[in-house]
Design a protein. Structure first.
Length: 143
């Protein structure tokens, strides 16, 4: 089972403030534990929304809006993609996520990812599903 842990933004992350040495050490230890357990698939911190773009989709219309975006608590500051045996194991990893020192406004949202098997019942026109074609892109270096 794959899960995404979404680290919600706060005022500091949206201001582009870098994490303290203490928080970086705690995040490194957390990431190392995920790697040692063999559950980490990917992780990254995200730049503030001031550098982002939103694209709103309506029938026949695509509207672009440059950041920053005002709903700080609804934004994502980073993520972890993990693969675990159960929802309970995913919850345990989410509960272990480091809290920024002195922070009272952090939140991690845990969401399960759909797996290819979830769509087996859906009719497919293509012989080769997209997820098998995306494998060569993983780990590819970008110029």
């Amino acid at each position: 089972m794959r899960f995404v842990l979404l680290l919600k933004s706060n005022q500091a992350s949206e201001a582009g403030l870098l994490a303290s040495k203490e928080l970086m050490a705690a995040m490194d230890a957390y990431n190392d534990a995920l790697v040692r357990a063999g559950v980490l698939l990917d992780c990254a911190g995200l730049h503030p929304s001031s550098g982002g773009i939103r694209i709103d989709f309506s029938p026949g219309v695509r509207t672009m809006t440059d950041g920053p975006f005002p709903e700080v608590r609804q934004l994502i500051a980073g993520f972890w993609m993990i693969q675990v045996k159960s929802r309970e194991e995913a919850i345990e990893w989410a509960r272990r996520c480091p809290l920024p020192p002195g922070s009272e406004d952090s939140q991690v949202e845990l969401r399960q990812a759909f797996e290819p098997a979830d769509f087996v019942a859906a009719p497919r026109e293509r012989e080769e599903p997209f997820w098998t074609r995306m494998e060569p892109a993983r780990g590819r270096e970008v110029d």
